[in-house]
Design a protein around this ligand. Structure first.
Ligand code: GLN
Length: 485
C-alpha cells in the first residue's frame, strides 16, 4: 500500500481502525525518503531509528487502547530551526552545523504529547532568511514538481518533503512568508497562525516580533488539525495567547454562506502571471457560487509593506544574531584575542545574505539613523496594522495571490531586492500579526501549482479555514487529486 501518498487524516483513520500500524506508516515514509531524497534534498537529518522506536511505542499504546490523540502514530517532519532535544539544530547555517539542541521546542513537546513520530529535520535558508532555500549553507533542496526549480523558502525542506510524499505533513516557520510561499510553490496548504497563537519557545529567533510556527499539509483539514495540535498558551513565551484555541478542524466544512470576502481594489493591475490572475477570478466566482459576498477593499499601504518588513526584520535579526559569538553556541574559530575570535567566528560562520542583514540591521538601529529608518518603519507598521483592522470591519477574509508567479529557477533571482519582492503578498500579515494561509488553486502554463492566500482578522483562523475548505473542494473536484506531485 502506498502509505506515503496518504494524507495525515487518512493515515489516522487507518491507524484507528487497526488497518495499518504506525511502524508501517513510518517505514513507508523512510523508504520513500531513501528512494527520493537524494534528488529532492529536503532533509538535513533523518531520524530513522528514533522515528521507528516512537512508532513502536505508538502501536503498543493503540493496542492497549491508550492512544494519546487522533494523530498518535502519524509521522511528521520539522524545520531545522525547531529544537528537538539531542538532535542537530542547524538553521541551515555553518554557525550551528554541529550544534545539538539541549531541549525541545514547545511545538515539539506538543507533537510528542500527541504521539507523532518525528521523521527528521528539514533544510531551510540560513536562519530562515530567504525565499528559495538557496541560502542554505548546507544543502540544495529542489522542488519536487520540477527539480530545476526552487521549492520556495525559507521552509523549503518542509514543503519539498511533503510535496514529494516523504512525510504527510510538516512544521515550518513564517516571519514574512516562509510557510506560505513554499507551500504555494510546492502545491500545499500552508498556515501561518495569528502572532502568539503558537508558542515560539525553542524556535530559533530571526525577527521575534514577526516569527510564528506554521504548518504544511496536503489538505486544509490536515492543516487545521495540525494547528490545533500545536496551538495554545505557553508560560515560556510571553507573547503567547493565554487560551488553548478552538477546534480548527470543525471550521473547514462549515461553508461560506454569508461570509464577506474582500479582494484588493485594482489587484488585476498588479504584475501577476496571467494564470495567477485567472486563478483569482475562478476562486472569486467559486466563493460567490458557494454563497459568499465578494467586495472590493483597498489597503493602500500594502505597497510600503516590503520596505517596512525588511527594515524591521533586519533590525531584529541583527540583535538576535549577536548571540553567535563563538562563546555560547555553535562554531568557534580561534583567534589572537577575544575580538579576533569573534570576528573570525562570525566571518566564517555566517553566509552572505545573513551578513548583509546583520549589517543593514545594525545600520538602521544606530544613533543617527534610528529615527529615519527603524522608527519610521515601526510607525508605518502601526498604520498597516490599523488599515487591516479597519478593513476587517467590512470583510471577514481577504483573498489575494500568495505569490505573483509560480516557482522560479535556481539562480534566477540574483539581486537581493528581486528576491525580497517575492514576499509582496505575504509580509503584510506578519507586520499586522494576522493569520494567513496559502492553498493550491490552479496551475500555471508550465504545469506548476499556483497558491492563493486567505488572510483573516486576529484569531479568526476559523473564518479563513471556512473559505479554504470551499476552495479546496472546487480544486479537488476538477483535479481528482490534491496536494502531491
Ligand atoms: N522571505 C522573507 C525573508 O527573507 C521571509 C522569511 C521568513 O518568513 N522566514 O525575510
Amino acid at each position: 500500500m502506498e502509505l506515503h501518498t496518504m494524507t495525515a487524516g487518512e493515515l489516522a483513520s487507518m491507524l484507528e481502525k487497526g488497518e495499518i500500524s504506525s511502524v508501517d506508516a513510518v517505514k513507508s515514509c523512510l523508504d520513500h525518503i531513501a528512494a527520493r531524497d537524494q534528488a529532492v534534498g529536503a532533509f538535513l537529518t533523518v531520524l530513522a531509528e528514533q522515528a521507528l522506536q516512537a512508532a513502536e511505542q505508538s502501536d503498543t499504546r493503540r493496542r492497549e487502547g491508550r492512544a494519546l490523540s487522533l494523530w498518535d502514530g502519524v509521522p511528521i517532519a520539522i524545520k531545522d530551526n525547531l529544537a528537538l532535544q539531542g538532535v542537530r539544530n542547524t538553521c541551515g547555517s555553518k554557525m550551528l552545523e554541529h550544534y545539538i539542541a539541549p531541549y525541545d521546542a514547545h511545538v515539539v513537546t506538543k507533537l510528542k504529547q500527541a504521539g507523532m513520530p518525528i521523521l527528521g529535520k528539514t533544510n531551510m535558508d540560513e536562519f530562515a532568511m530567504g525565499s528559495s532555500t538557496e541560502f542554505s549553507a548546507l544543502q540544495v533542496t529542489r522542488n519536487p514538481w520540477d527539480v530545476e526549480r526552487v521549492p520556495g523558502g525559507s521552509s523549503g525542506g518542509s514543503a519539498a518533503c511533503v510535496a514529494a510524499g516523504e512525510a504527510p505533513w510538516a512544521l515550518g516557520s513564517d516571519t514574512g512568508g516562509s510557510v506560505r510561499e513554499p507551500a504555494s510553490f510546492c502545491g500545499l496548504v500552508g498556515i501561518k497562525p495569528t502572532y502568539g497563537r503558537v508558542s515560539r519557545y525553542g524556535l530559533v529567533a530571526f525577527a521575534s516580533s514577526l516569527d510564528q510556527v506554521g504548518t504544511f499539509s496536503r489538505t486544509v483539514s490536515d492543516g487545521a488539525a495540525l494547528l490545533s495540535a500545536i496551538a495554545g498558551s505557553d508560560a515560556k513565551d510571553s507573547t503567547s495567547i493565554p487560551d488553548a484555541g478552538p477546534d480548527y478542524a470543525s471550521a473547514v466544512r462549515r461553508g461560506v454562506q454569508g461570509l464577506r470576502v474582500g479582494v484588493l481594489d485594482g489587484w488585476e493591475q498588479d504584475t501577476v502571471l496571467p494564470s495567477v490572475a485567472a486563478s483569482m477570478q475562478e476562486a472569486t466566482a467559486a466563493l460567490k457560487r458557494a454563497g459568499a459576498e465578494v467586495t472590493t477593499v483597498s489597503l493602500n499601504l500594502l505597497d510600503k509593506a516590503i520596505e517596512t518588513y525588511y527594515l524591521i526584520a533586519m533590525a531584529e535579526a541583527s540583535s538576535n544574531l549577536a548571540r553567535y559569538d563563538g562563546v555560547r553556541y555553535g562554531l568557534r574559530v580561534d583567534g589572537t584575542d577575544a575580538a579576533d575570535m569573534f570576528r573570525r567566528t562570525r566571518s566564517e560562520g555566517f553566509g552572505q545574505e545573513v551578513k548583509r542583514r546583520i549589517l543593514l540591521g545594525t545600520y538602521v538601529l544606530s544613533a543617527g539613523y534610528y529615527d529615519a529608518y527603524y522608527k519610521k518603519a515601526q510607525q508605518v507598521r502601526t498604520l498597516i496594522r490599523s488599515q487591516f483592522a479597519q478593513m476587517f470591519n467590512d470583510v471577514d477574509v481577504l483573498l489575494t495571490p500568495t505569490t505573483a508567479a509560480t516557482a522560479f529557477r535556481f539562480g534566477e533571482k540574483q539581486d537581493p531586492l528581486q528576491m525580497y519582492q517575492t514576499d509582496y503578498y505575504t509580509v503584510p500579515a506578519n507586520l499586522a500579526g494576522l493569520p494567513a494561509m496559502s492553498l493550491p488553486f490552479g496551475r500555471c502554463e508550465a504545469g506548476l501549482p499556483i497558491g492563493l492566500q486567505l488572510t483573516a482578522g486576529a484569531l479568526q483562523e476559523p473564518v479563513m479555514l471556512q473559505a479554504a475548505g470551499v476552495l479546496e473542494q472546487v480544486e479537488q473536484d476538477r483535479r481528482g487529486s490534491y496536494g502531491a506531485v
